[in-house]
Design a protein around this ligand. Structure first.
Ligand SMILES: NC(=O)c1ccc[n+]([C@@H]2O[C@H](COP(=O)([O-])OP(=O)(O)OC[C@H]3O[C@@H](n4cnc5c(N)ncnc54)[C@H](O)[C@@H]3O)[C@@H](O)[C@H]2O)c1
Length: 325
């Protein structure tokens, strides 16, 4: 199949592109390289450097005629969405509506949409959260990620466009960038590798569920041929608090780098940030039942694969490249 991946130069999108090519699909990437990197791009994918709102997007669809669109492009900085909700809405809502319009016009069969389980529900009223939990986002980012789900539902009802919504947990792994306030594992590892204590917003007791990138990619592969017109959590459902995450990283970084001093490091604590919830864990029961998806990589193993990448980045790329300049 020919699959167009928006955001295919980013963290999740680029891993997905690699895997799609590996199993024999033809891949087209549309990415404006705002938070994605050229070095993430698989040379076997056809690349268009363009924003979703590019007037030429229709021509790309006309030329490429993709069977499936995997929609991963987004402004995904919660803090930026608070300070500039219009920017967030333009990229995440208007950009996605334009994309969906092109999908309808050019006969795309299905859209697989990367939504956010950590932000669409707001502060959960029960745990683990299932897909039927009330929606009450507390950030413009959460609102924009959820709004697109409605447009997909509408496009499915009115124009017969098939879709699967994947509401991700906190995905982590190699290629995740450490700027913009998202990607706490990359942020913590980056600063600890520099010998600087990371900042924990709040008292360290807030919890998240973390899923390794290869498991998220496998859920995307299953959605190519299943999960039609459904919403799924992509998560292992396990809550870990920030204090524990910090301690695990300390152990791994200490053993990899041999830096004794790391074991004495304590985090810096700061006020909790606007738009962030205290606890979350997404139930993966539905995707396990319907698609047979099962996460394979436990947190410790995933962290052990991620830290060496963060370490290599600090030596391979100068700061300006890592910051996306
Ligand atoms: N990483 C996570 O834990 C997580 C959790 C929930 C949801 N998501 C969603 O998954 C998707 C991918 O996230 P990621 O972590 O890989 O982030 P990322 O920043 O690494 O990737 C996003 C990519 O989209 C591109 N992009 C951004 N705005 C664009 C636009 N308007 N037009 C074209 N390209 C644009 C960026 O250059 C980047 O390559 C996003 O939609 C995000 O909301 C991620």
């Amino acid at each position: 199949m020919k699959i167009l991946v928006t955001g295919g130069a980013g963290f999740i999108g680029s891993h997905l592109v690699d895997r799609l090519l590996e199993i024999g699909h033809e891949v087209v990437v549309v990415d404006n390289l705002t938070t994605g990197y050229r070095h993430n791009l698989n040379p076997c994918a056809k690349f268009y450097e363009a924003p979703l709102l590019d007037p030429g997007l229709g021509e790309i669809f006309q030329r490429e005629k993709p069977d499936i669109v995997s929609h991963h492009a987004a402004q995904n900085d919660v803090r930026r969405s608070n300070t500039d909700p219009i920017f967030d809405a333009q990229h995440n809502i208007i950009g996605s509506i334009r994309l969906i319009q092109h999908c309808i016009k050019y006969g795309v069969k299905k859209v697989i949409y990367a939504s956010s389980g950590g932000t669409v529900y707001g502060e959960p009223t029960y745990l683990p959260v299932d897909e039927a939990h009330p929606i009450a986002p507390i950030s413009p980012y959460g609102i924009s990620k959820h709004t697109v789900e409605h447009y997909l539902f509408l496009a499915s009802a009115n124009a017969d466009l098939n879709y699967t919504v994947l509401r991700y947990a906190n995905i982590y792994g190699p290629r995740q960038h450490s700027r913009g306030g998202s990607g706490v594992i990359a942020i913590f590892a980056d600063s600890m590798l520099k010998g600087e204590p990371p900042t924990i917003f709040g008292d360290g007791s807030s919890t998240r569920d973390y899923l390794f990138i290869s498991d998220a990619v496998e859920a995307n592969l299953l959605a190519l041929s299943g999960g039609d017109r459904e919403i799924y959590h992509v998560s292992n459902g396990e809550q870990i608090n920030l204090e524990e995450l910090f301690c695990r990283l300390k152990g791994i970084i200490g053993s990899i780098t041999g830096r004794e001093g790391i074991f004495e490091m304590s985090p810096v604590y700061a006020e909790p940030r606007l738009g962030e919830i205290h606890r979350i864990a997404l139930s993966p029961e539905k995707i396990q039942r319907d698609l047979g998806w099962l996460p394979q990589i436990p947190l410790q193993e995933g962290l052990e694969q991620t830290v060496p990448y963060c370490r290599s980045l600090s030596t391979v790329f100068p700061t300006s490249v890592r910051e996306g300049a």
